[in-house]
Design a protein around this ligand. Structure first.
Ligand code: SF4
Length: 216
């Protein structure tokens, strides 16, 4: 079976396993999703949602974040790890959004990745979920699941994105991210993947080459 066919079958199964899978980050507009995604690096979605609930009441527009007192914004984010750097990124991104994009979050990968603290992963999350574009974001779960399935041999997120988008049709890109994240959190965990109960074990290289060999 070639990789294209394998990816299609895996996604069919995971879609049944996680119907309606979507991001757990709460947002009402592209700016809120951009900021929540910046804050979510190495932090749980649950914690980010707790912080943004009050943050988004206090700061409603990019201009509000631009005008924020930097140390006050740091205090607003202080329950999240790396809050100093994240406060800098959030404010820096909003300054640029106001000064160069007329106060609106830009809608292209090229423009989004010019914002401080915004790499391809964050940009793709915003494009896919706030703007409804075809965009596949590679986080640690997507990377691990793709590698274990044998859909990529790379360790580099940009290359993994290229490998996956070459074999998955664009209309499934955004959902691929959600499904691989859900599967990575529930079953294909980093340390102890639950291969025995995995619904896609028939398509997994790791299952054949590592899990079954260990059992022997
Ligand atoms: S069989 Fe194991 S390693 Fe392969 S996808 Fe399933 S949980 Fe992950």
């Amino acid at each position: 079976m070639d990789k294209r066919e394998k990816a299609g079958k895996v996604l069919d199964i995971l879609e049944k396993e996680f119907p309606g899978a979507t991001t757990a980050l709460r947002f009402e507009n592209p700016l809120q999703l951009l900021i929540a995604t910046i804050l979510s690096a190495q932090a749980t979605d649950k914690l980010v949602n707790q912080v943004t609930e009050s943050l988004f009441k206090k700061y409603r527009t990019a201009a509000d974040f631009k005008g924020a007192d930097p140390s006050e914004l740091e205090r607003d984010l202080s329950s999240i790890n790396f809050y100093r750097n994240k406060a800098k990124s959030v404010r820096g991104a909003c300054v640029k959004i106001v000064e160069e994009f007329g106060g609106r979050v830009p809608e292209t990968l090229e423009e989004l990745t010019t914002l401080p603290g915004v790499g391809r992963k964050t940009a793709n999350i915003v494009l896919g979920n706030a703007f409804g574009q075809a965009a596949l974001a590679v986080d640690t779960h997507v990377k691990r699941v793709a590698q274990r399935l044998g859909l990529t041999a790379s360790d580099d997120p940009d290359k993994i994105e290229a490998d996956l988008t070459a074999i998955i049709p664009p209309e499934r890109w955004t959902m691929t991210t959600h499904l691989f994240i859900h599967h990575g959190r529930k079953t294909c965990k980093a340390l102890r993947p639950d291969c025995e109960h995995c619904p896609i074990q028939a398509y997994s290289v790791y299952y054949k080459d590592v899990f079954l060999k260990k059992k022997k």
